[in-house]
Design a protein around this ligand. Structure first.
Ligand SMILES: Nc1ncnc2c1ncn2[C@@H]1O[C@H](COP(=O)(O)OP(=O)(O)O)[C@@H](O)[C@H]1O
Ligand SMILES: [Mg+2]
Length: 238
């Protein structure tokens, strides 16, 4: 990496450490996106920072977990119940890398089941590369853009949750923060907490997810029924 590049990255010194920079350059050199110096911030969160970058004529999303300041205790509290990660040691880096890999695997599984989630492209260390949802700008979150047809959006969202369920997963952190309103249709994001149905806490997660969504739409005057909605999601496929 040239000195100039390092200089430029100083702009992001709160966001990236040397390790993340190396990871980003590797991903870029593998062709997952064009120029690491042209990344634009979408969201700076507590746990991760989300950027978009160009890849030819399209854009990709880079979700970069903060190695030093993310709350890996919270991550561990979720991942320790996931049967795919039993035996994972409570070691900061190991947990963060497993967390990124888990998000990738969940997205892939959901995508294969036909759920409207960003297509995952790859992951490396603490960085996940996935499809950019939006047009010129990133699509707004449901909380920031209430759908025009609430009933239609709600029903569509419930059918997406059911597809995730049929794929053997539950999101576990679903709310109006983790649903994008893309051209009046839901896209579910942030599948890092998403866990298999044979996780001991999965029923509790499903209830919480559905309650969050029902409450959000109820605030805008839609009649929602928590019990019925949960039944609809968890009933047998026809
Ligand atoms: N694939 C995507 N396309 C467009 N915007 C995205 C995408 N993924 C994330 N975002 C934006 O970045 C924000 C943070 O991403 P998220 O995955 O929810 O991480 P966290 O909640 O852990 O910060 C989202 O609320 C959304 O605004
Ligand atoms: Mg989120």
């Amino acid at each position: 990496m040239s000195k100039i590049t390092r200089e430029k990255f100083k702009t992001y010194k709160d966001v990236f450490d040397e390790f993340a920079i190396r990871t980003l350059f590797k991903l870029s050199s593998q062709g997952y996106f064009d120029d690491p110096e042209q990344m634009s911030p979408v969201s700076i969160g507590k746990e991760s920072n989300v950027f978009w970058a160009k890849r030819g004529d399209t854009k990709v999303i880079l979700k970069i977990y903060r190695l030093e300041t993310c709350d890996f205790n919270r991550m561990y509290d979720y991942i320790k119940y996931d049967p795919r990660y039993t035996g994972l040691k409570k070691h900061r880096r190991k947990i963060i890398f497993a967390w990124v890999q888990r998000e990738y695997r969940n997205l892939l599984k959901a995508r294969q089941a036909g759920v409207r989630v960003p297509t995952p492209y790859t992951f490396l260390n603490n960085v996940l590369v996935e499809e950019f949802i939006g047009g010129k700008d990133a699509a707004p979150k449901l909380k920031d853009q209430v759908p025009r047809n609430k009933k239609k959006f709600f029903d569509e969202l419930v059918s997406q949750i059911k597809k995730i369920y049929n794929a053997g997963l539950v999101h576990a952190d679903l709310s109006h923060f983790n649903v994008l309103n893309h051209e009046e249709k839901p896209v579910i994001i942030d599948l890092s907490t998403c866990t298999p149905l044979d996780t001991p806490t999965s029923a509790e997660y499903l209830t919480r997810d559905v309650r969050n969504i029902c409450n959000f739409f109820a605030k805008y005057g839609l009649k929602t029924d928590l019990e019925k909605t949960i039944k609809k999601i968890s009933s047998q496929k026809v």
